[in-house]
Design a protein around this ligand. Structure first.
Ligand code: ADP
Ligand code: GLC
Length: 490
């Protein structure tokens, strides 16, 4: 019997993206479908989704837990995004806004986010109850706090005997929890008993994250190491007790890479194609990037890059602290990203002071991100914590060796250039243990040492580019989790 799965996400590459969640939300359904699952998506009716919806058909309107406004579920497909059927939660009063899915153009979180994302969860449960007479999911798979109320609503529907569906909740980042005042609980449309310690109450507040962690039938997160880390007090963000309690249904499944999008052999955004077998084009990509960013066009200078949200999580002060070493070694740096004002200002200042060695670009720029992976020699990912991380995986694919903190998914995907691993031909990057500038600086020195040995560098690049983080393997793991949930081996 074909397994029917509804994926619920607030982001989807390339239409709505603030980070790696969008890439995962786009790639996973296709990988599941390739293995025979019948997968559909539920998305909030954000302008970019609304504009791309084709062949739409309106299902029944949704009853809202509050008085004003209207919402209806639309079924259709997204233009240019294959054959996957999409349900769009059309509620213009909630979603037709500029800015990103969560905040306005000034970065201020929308005051009614609890309603916006509660309704997304409610819509998932209605689909599980059979709102669309032609299709209903056996498994509702919710991603991050924005979709987490799906799990509570599905559980409530099941208690009322309206569905048999199970829910799976994936934590992409435990640090973003979706916390709201307790007074907003009544807007969520949930049974009153859900506001409890054994529910979504969290120190006197409503926690969407906890709704997922408590009510989902199975939990996953995006790397095996992060699955262990979040069960510790140090990295559990106050939820480690609950995660330890649910350890029996918690799975660490590494994200994959969509190599149709992230492969230098056929990436149309980059100056020249290249591959592990034919790496010559990479030098052209580097020269093009140096030119585009106003850097000295020097093949000898190792080019370090950052493509990242500039937030506390990403540990970028280490890059700033070690800039003198990077410059003294003759290195160059490109930073693409926005976020924290102080970090933005610090990188801007550095770029103004050393315009031929340091460049920075603000905002989301998908094309430039591709050109940076292709043109760089090293991707810097010194995150304090990192559930999976995709930029190091893209760095590997493009032969831009990742320099990473040994944490979360970074620890699971990059092999340090120790003498043993160099000798064994298994090294793919540079890994440091303690999150301080001494350790980071040592890893940076290892990068320079290897750079001065071009033949070895080329060998490590080839190993890096041959790594395969396929979605196929990860999708197989998700399918096992779904089947366990519905208690079937079908
Ligand atoms: P996170 O989801 O925590 O931000 P990931 O490493 O999982 O981190 O994913 C980041 C994704 O966002 C990658 O696809 C990366 O290329 C992309 N990205 C980050 N910043 C930018 C930017 N400024 N412009 C374009 N893409 C970006
Ligand atoms: C989150 C995490 C990141 C992960 C991404 C996709 O944004 O911060 O580590 O790669 O989700 O799962």
């Amino acid at each position: 019997m074909t397994l029917t799965v509804l994926q619920v996400s607030a982001e989807l590459y390339p239409l709505v993206k603030t980070g790696g969640l969008a890439d995962v939300a786009a790639a996973l359904p296709e990988a599941l479908a390739a293995q025979g699952a019948d997968v559909r998506l539920l998305l909030p009716g954000l302008p970019a989704f609304r504009e791309s919806l084709t062949g739409e058909c309106a299902l029944a309107p949704l009853a809202l837990p509050w008085a004003e406004g209207r919402a209806v579920l639309l079924r259709g497909r997204l233009a240019g995004m294959g054959r996957t059927v999409v349900y769009l939660l059309d509620a213009p009063g909630l979603f037709e806004r500029p800015g990103n899915p969560y905040a306005d153009e000034t970065g201020q979180a929308y005051a009614d986010n609890h309603r916006r994302f509660a309704l997304l969860g409610l819509a998932a449960a209605r689909l599980a109850e059979g709102l669309d007479a032609r299709w209903r999911p056996q498994v509702v798979h919710a991603h991050d706090w924005h979709a987490a109320l799906s799990c509570a609503h599905v559980a409530a529907s099941r208690t009322r005997g309206r569905t048999q569906a199970r829910s799976v909740y994936t934590v992409h980042n435990l640090a973003y929890q979706g916390l709201f005042p307790a007074s907003q609980f009544e807007d969520l449309g949930l049974p009153p008993e859900h506001y409890a310690v054994e529910g979504l109450e969290f120190y006197g507040q409503v926690s969407f994250m906890k709704a997922g962690l408590h009510f989902a039938d199975a939990l996953t997160t995006v790397s095996p190491t992060y699955a262990r880390e979040i069960q510790t007090q140090a990295q559990g963000c106050g939820l480690d007790g609950l995660l330890r309690h649910r350890a029996g249904v918690l799975h660490g499944i590494l994200n994959g890479v969509d190599y149709r999008v992230w492969s230098p052999a056929h990436d149309r955004a980059i100056a020249r194609p290249y591959s592990a077998e034919r790496p010559e084009g990479k030098s052209g990509c580097k020269a093009a990037l140096q030119q585009e960013c106003g850097l000295a066009e020097s093949p000898e200078a190792p080019l370090f890059s950052v493509v990242s949200r500039l937030t506390e999580q990403k540990g970028l002060p280490l890059v700033l602290q070690t800039l003198p070493d990077l410059l003294a070694g003759g290195g160059q740096l490109v930073v693409l990203g926005s976020g924290d004002a102080a970090l933005e200002a610090a990188f801007a200042q550095a770029a103004t002071r050393y315009p031929r060695q340091i460049a920075r670009r603000v905002g989301m720029d998908e094309g430039l991100a591709h050109r940076i992976y292709a043109g760089s020699d090293v991707m810097l990912v010194p995150s304090r914590f990192e559930p999976c991380g995709l930029t190091q995986l893209y760095g590997l694919s493009y032969g831009a060796l990742p320099l990473v903190h040994r944490v979360g998914g970074l620890a699971d995907t990059v092999v340090d250039c120790t003498l043993e691993d160099l000798d064994a031909g298994t090294a793919t990057g540079f890994v440091f243990n303690d999150h301080d500038f001494v350790e980071f600086g040592r890893a940076l020195r290892r990068a320079f040492v290897l750079w001065r040995r071009p033949e070895m560098w080329r060998g490590v690049c080839a190993t890096a580019m041959r790594q395969q983080f396929s979605w196929e393997a990860s999708a197989r793991r998700y399918l096992e989790v779904y089947r366990q949930c519905i208690g079937s081996t079908a």
